[in-house]
Design a binder for this molecule. Structure first.
Ligand code: NOJ
Length: 541
């Protein structure tokens, strides 16, 4: 295991700071709150904490609109709170990953304030400004992910500026020679303070077509999300973006053992290019991990998932390290997408696959989407597009962590109104409750993470899928030289199955079962798998 880095053998746990723990009674989570919960995070056997943005921000996109890249938002605390949190994280042998948002800043960032002040300001071209189109409208047909055009007109200087998210998130112009160096300095600021890495927001969007050509219509558009009505060939995945990422990687390489995980939604063949080129020492020269979001968006059946895992394994460049994600602050929660029983199977899957797993806070207790009353809806894509809010709104997946059954679930003081409402079921589904139940989702999560940490074959071993004679069952082996191998068998459906896996061995021992009850030795020629059941099997004979 020694030759593997923490970001390869470890598990990443994503905390959405607004929603984890409020320590000062304002209904919004903060750094001191996260600090109070470090015992819990450590008890999950995870290795790194990724914090969504904690920088000063007017919060038009809940922190993804950064007004100062090198400070802490007072909503979340002070730089002292940050230092204390980081010190404790490191003292526990954990790592800290910050969110870096280089594609756009807030319109309140001093760079943009200067840029918009006049057409001849030296920072004018740090952002993407253009004259109106011939009809006086936006310069081209580009769209915002959050609804409407990607351009906003600025009365003061008579030009439009580009923003692919909310209008308060102007896009930085990485064709200007001074912009990337400035962003690299922001990285150095945090790396110098000891941060272990960055999750880089929309890294694949950082460069745009220089000629600002219109994007062609998308013939496959389903008619639901307007943003998908175009093919984003001039705003996404431009080849020049790789050069920017190489320079970011070079900064990380100035420090010891740091990493960057890039947010990228692309098909495999494009995604894997974001590892960059392999160097003589075996490392790559772009992202350590380009996020692999396939499990977030696919049909949930054994064949589809197995095909996806096999295809991804096959397309990975030699030596590139895989990763898997079940949820994040942008996508519907896994337990809502596939149900509680399958959410157990899903946790067993990502905690036993080859590659770094990322857990979104609350997945370990099966938190679900929370339906948000109209007066609480705050997320811009939902506010801007009320007719599709139930599809694009992200408030439902960002609700307060469910710690216990007191009012406000232990997230904030009982008299306070939390920034988003709590799940209706929080009194049954919370950490304290699940700690009392050995068969809970939390119990399962800890059993799986504990096993992954102690077993090299699970943490870093090889993966190979295994054919079974049953529909809707996915089986695979994980093995490494000189240590115990594992056979994982997952039933994605409601039917039970009797499997013949005697080609592998005659018997095996259950290491973890999704129901947290089944144990003992099983006969592999006649293995009965119950509905929604998953087994991690060890020491086969
Ligand atoms: C991706 C982030 O994950 C999302 O939450 C944010 O709204 C956009 N990027 C814009 O920064």
């Amino acid at each position: 295991m020694e030759r593997f880095s923490w970001w390869q053998k470890g598990i990443i746990y994503q905390v959405y700071p607004r929603s984890y723990q409020d320590s000062n009674g304002d209904g919004i989570g903060d750094l001191a709150g996260i600090h109070q919960r470090l015992d819990y995070i450590q008890s999950l056997n995870v290795d790194a904490i990724w914090l969504s943005p904690i920088y000063p921000s007017p919060m038009h996109d809940f922190g993804y609109d950064v007004a100062d890249y090198c400070d802490i938002n007072p909503i979340f605390g002070s730089m002292d709170d940050f230092d204390a949190l980081q010190e404790d994280i490191h003292a526990r042998g954990l790592k800290l990953i910050l969110d870096l948002v280089p594609n756009h800043s807030s319109n309140e960032h001093p760079w943009f304030v200067e840029s918009r002040s006049s057409r001849d300001n030296p920072k004018r071209d740090w952002y993407i400004w253009r004259d109106p189109g011939l009809d006086g409208g936006p310069p081209n047909n580009w769209l915002s992910f959050f609804g409407g055009p990607a351009w906003t007109y600025d009365e003061h200087t008579g030009q439009y500026y580009l923003h692919q998210f909310v209008t308060q998130q102007p896009e930085l112009n990485y064709r200007h020679p001074d912009v990337l160096p400035a962003m690299l300095d922001n990285m150095r600021f945090w790396l110098g303070k000891g941060v272990d890495g960055f999750r880089v927001d929309v890294i694949w969007l950082m460069l745009k077509d220089e000629l600002l050509r219109n994007e062609p219509p998308n013939p496959g558009w389903g008619g639901v999300k307007p943003f998908e009505s175009l093919q984003h060939i001039h705003t996404q995945n431009l080849s020049g973006v790789h050069d920017l990422i190489k320079q970011m990687r070079a900064v990380l390489d100035e420090y010891n053992d740091r990493m960057m995980v890039g947010e990228i939604y692309l098909p495999n063949q494009d995604l894997v290019k974001y590892y960059g080129a392999r160097r003589a020492d075996g490392s790559f020269d772009e992202c350590h991990l380009p996020f692999n979001f396939q499990l977030l968006q696919m049909e949930w059946d054994a064949q589809t998932v197995q095909d996806a895992v096999d295809a991804y394994e096959a397309v990975l460049p030699e030596g590139a390290w895989p990763n898997w994600v079940l949820g994040n602050h942008d996508k519907h929660r896994v337990a809502t997408r596939i149900g509680q029983a399958q959410a157990r199977v899903a946790n067993m899957l990502i905690l036993t696959l080859r590659g770094t797993p990322t857990t979104y806070y609350g997945e370990e207790i099966g938190m679900e989407n929370v339906s948000i009353p109209l007066e609480f809806v705050q997320d811009p894509p939902a506010v801007n597009q009320p007719e599709i809010a139930h599809i694009v709104g992200r408030d439902p997946i960002r609700t307060p962590m469910q710690w216990n059954n007191s009012s406000n679930a232990g997230f904030t003081e009982e008299s306070i109104v939390p920034w988003l409402p709590l799940a209706a079921d929080y009194q049954d589904r919370n950490v304290e409750q699940q700690e009392k139940e050995p068969t809970s989702m939390l119990g399962l999560y800890r059993a799986l993470t504990g096993l992954r940490r102690s077993e090299p074959a699970l943490a870093v071993g090889d993966y190979v899928s295994v054919g079974t004679n049953a529909a809707n069952v996915f089986a695979y082996q994980r093995s490494a030289a000189g240590v115990d191998s594992f056979l994982i068998v997952l039933n994605f459906g409601e039917q039970s199955h009797t499997l013949d896996l005697s080609q592998i061995a005659s018997q095996a021992t259950i290491a973890v079962a999704t129901d947290m009850q089944r144990s003992g030795v099983v006969d592999l020629s006649n293995l009965v798998l119950g509905p929604n059941e998953g087994l991690v099997l060890i020491r086969y004979k």
